[in-house]
Design a protein around this ligand. Sequence first.
Ligand code: PLP
Length: 447
Amino acid sequence: MSTLALLGGDPVRTAPFPAYKVIGEEEKAAVNAVLDSGVLSRFLGTWHPDFFGGPEVQEFEKEWAAISGTKHAISVNSCTSGLYAAVGALGCGPGDEVICSPYTMIASATAAIAFNAVPVFADIDPETYGISAATIAPRITGRTKAIIVVHIFGQPADMDPIMELARRHGIRVIEDCAQVPLATYKGRPVGSLGDVGVFSLNYHKHIHTGEGGMCTTNDDDIAERLQLIRNHAEAVVEKKGVKNLANMIGFNFRLGEIEAAIGRAQLKKAPALIARRKANVRHLETALAGVPGLTMPKVGPAGDHVYYVHAMSYDAKATGVSRETFVKAVKAELPPTGLREHEGVLMGMGYVKPIYLAPMYRELAGYGEVGCPFLCPHYKGKPDYRLGLCPNAEDAHFNRVVTHEMMRPPMTGPDLDDVARAFHKVAENLPALRAHDHANAPTAEKR
Ligand SMILES: *Cc1c(COP(=O)(O)O)cnc(C)c1O
């Protein structure tokens, strides 16, 4: 039995893992064509044919609508922008509540605040980590205007019961699809299940354009409102003959021609990149069999998972070793990934701290110095962001979840075997780690 790297031994591997780089010759050619054209964006913020953007933007939207099975796709310069636009397009405003997940990238809840609505957090399902009809139902009030469902970690949430519940109450649904491009729910594409879907094209996602995003919808009215909010609505509504002026406060959320051209090349590669991730997870999960205390992510009712991250559940009672020490020990055995060396080994405890524990929520500090929208006179509810609000999310984050990104392309079988070897080596050395834990009582993450 060899000594753990954490305790002074040699690590399993020192050569960096292959760089996470999905950009190649196709993207270069696409960018050069745009540069040669000299038109890097063709958007005009007035009612004019160029209100809809240039040729790359419009083609990219057509192609995205086709893969999403939706009537419309509206590109934006980030998923965050898209979520803001979606909340506005659905008419959320002062006095309204938007039900959100606490366990996601923070923008999935901030979007509600962007139009002065108040986020209300529903707990997550402990096995699939997304909000569910069962956790959403008790949070519905007469003020609930919309639900932002996040398909978290790569797995679509259980949408049929959520849509049934929402329709029964006349509530709109936004799907945050940032982590699930091309994923399906019971065979249907994500982004086509709710009223609006929003995708991310930032550098860390399955495919990317550096920064970028895409909204999808089957509703003509919502599509028009998304286009307006994307591009200076207040300057356009008069000539366009738009009658409903609620939330017609425009931003500049426009995607450039270069990004759109890169996106079109990326979209062609997406099926192969996602298939590679799935195959890598299968390989890794087989190789990890027998490591005590680890439970692999479950695929729930969606029947699909595109593995944005690989979120395992760790049971410290089963090993007698704290999660902190276990993760540190595995990380010490492995190298960082090329191009992302500065991030260290792409593995960590939990994901993002439950959102309602962020200072903005704990201190009800929103717009200006008067705590809007939380303390806005139009809001008749009582904001609730106390520790303990969502026990499943808190347990997942503070105690159980171990995430890593080592299943990303271009990782291959031999790389993943090294990852598994690190886990097995740690498993063989649990007694030494128990002694280590005993000597260095772990510090809990500050809440
Ligand atoms: C990445 C991400 C976002 C934000 O995407 P940007 O394009 O960076 O704005 C939103 N929601 C989730 C779930 C994400 O993972």
